[in-house]
Design a binder for this molecule. Structure first.
Ligand code: SF4
Length: 392
């Protein structure tokens, strides 16, 4: 059945986050559509908590005034100065901070779903991002993104762009069962190659890895190798959640294609919407090893331009990455402590090198003996042994 497009005038577009996202590095996001015609059978976007649509795959809400609203929001976010080099947020000390990375869409609505052919709203957003020099992150399952390569390249030349392709595996049969409308993995990887050839950062959001369906070592390696061959600079992997309507749809699909796995899934997800902790730990360990063996980074590199507070961003990035890997290891409380400290350093107006030089690191809110030592090591050597250990 063809999807119904419900046009409406939105009141807001830009959603700024309280914290930098330490998976994708975005500080905010915009989405021109609600719900997603790709209708992947595992999509978390159809969970109730997102209120995306009354019928996630078939009724797509289209924000027809997205450009007009976003322009006003960007004007407010970046007052007076519009170029990166002029960018304000000046403090009394005259320190200049970096522009935040904004993501177009997220895991709950694809910016390049079929509606985009008709409405070109994502293209309109990219035009604004180019005008306002906004570092841009796009994640998609569609090769329609190639239509906008001209804009992505210009944004990359001016500031930074990162195009991620979301992939659950490269097996044609499995993807046809779970992602019937999205571009085939081959088309996504071919598109990725073209983006990589333009010098734009690109890689794979390897999610969801489907338990017992696409999570064997052989399958993981196949996807990692195929992605690397097509220019992926990173692999960011995660397993699948199972929330209300999402779980309902997934179990329906499972019953059709893999009925023998239904009980195994019930056991795996018995504690809630995430798989059992041991399963997750083992999965991330396998992926770490495979990324290392295949010489590909297991996280997304961050945009850190050469500016007055670059060192602060380097340090906060190191701490955010520790938090990211700790959370994959199931160390949620430690991860949270690292993430808070990272954000504190991110928000500081004073250069961390100066604070360190004056022996005042210990005064930073949330810093402990261990984290102080990690920061000192990083400032002195540019490395963090603990992070290297966590990354595997
Ligand atoms: S493309 Fe992404 S947002 Fe769209 S249905 Fe699939 S997983 Fe969900």
């Amino acid at each position: 059945m063809a999807a119904i497009y419900k046009e409406y005038k939105c009141k807001t577009m830009l959603r700024m986050h309280k914290y930098v996202d330490n998976w994708f590095w975005e500080s905010g996001s915009v989405s021109p559509y609600r719900a997603c015609e790709h209708g992947c059978n595992y999509c978390d976007g159809r969970s109730k908590k997102y209120h995306a649509s009354e019928d996630f795959d078939n009724i797509i809400h289209v924000k027809i005034n997205s450009q007009e609203i976003l322009r006003k929001e960007l004007d407010r976010l970046f007052p007076k100065q519009k170029t990166l080099t002029d960018f304000g947020m000046k403090t009394e000390g005259g320190i200049i901070k970096v522009k935040p990375v904004i993501a177009i869409s997220s895991g709950i609505s694809d910016a390049y779903q079929p509606a985009e052919r008709k409405y070109k709203l994502t293209r309109g957003i990219l035009k604004l991002f180019l005008e306002y020099e906004v570092p841009t992150f796009v994640m998609t399952k569609s090769d329609l993104v190639l239509r906008d390569l001209d804009l992505l390249k210009k944004i990359n030349d001016t500031t930074w762009s990162n195009v991620s392709f979301s992939l659950s595996c490269v097996d044609k049969k499995i993807t046809a069962e779970f992602e019937p409308i999205a571009a085939t993995p081959k088309r996504r990887l071919d598109a990725m190659k073209k983006i990589a050839d333009c010098g734009i950062l690109t890689g794979i959001i390897f999610m969801p890895v489907l338990p017992y369906i696409s999570d064997s070592k052989k399958q993981l390696e196949e996807t990692i190798k195929a992605s690397r061959k097509k220019g992926a600079k990173y692999i960011l992997a995660a397993s699948m959640t199972m929330r209300d309507l999402q779980a309902e749809r997934f179990y329906e699909t499972l019953k059709i294609h893999y009925p023998e796995l239904v009980e195994k899934y019930k056991v795996l997800y018995r504690k809630g919407y995430e798989p059992d902790g041991k399963y997750l730990k083992d999965l991330y360990q396998k992926i770490k090893i495979l990324c290392k063996e295949n010489d590909i980074q297991n996280y997304i590199p961050r945009y850190i331009p050469d500016m007055k507070l670059s060192k602060n961003l380097e340090v906060s990035t190191m701490l955010f990455l520790c938090a990211y890997f700790l959370s994959l290891d199931g160390e949620r409380y430690r991860a949270e402590a690292f993430r808070r400290l990272a954000q504190t350093i991110e928000d500081m107006d004073e250069k961390i090198e100066d604070i360190y030089g004056q022996g005042r690191l210990g005064g930073i809110k949330g810093i402990g003996k261990n984290t102080k030592e990690l920061i000192e090591e990083f400032l002195e050597t540019g490395k963090c042994g603990y992070l290297d250990e966590l990354r595997g």
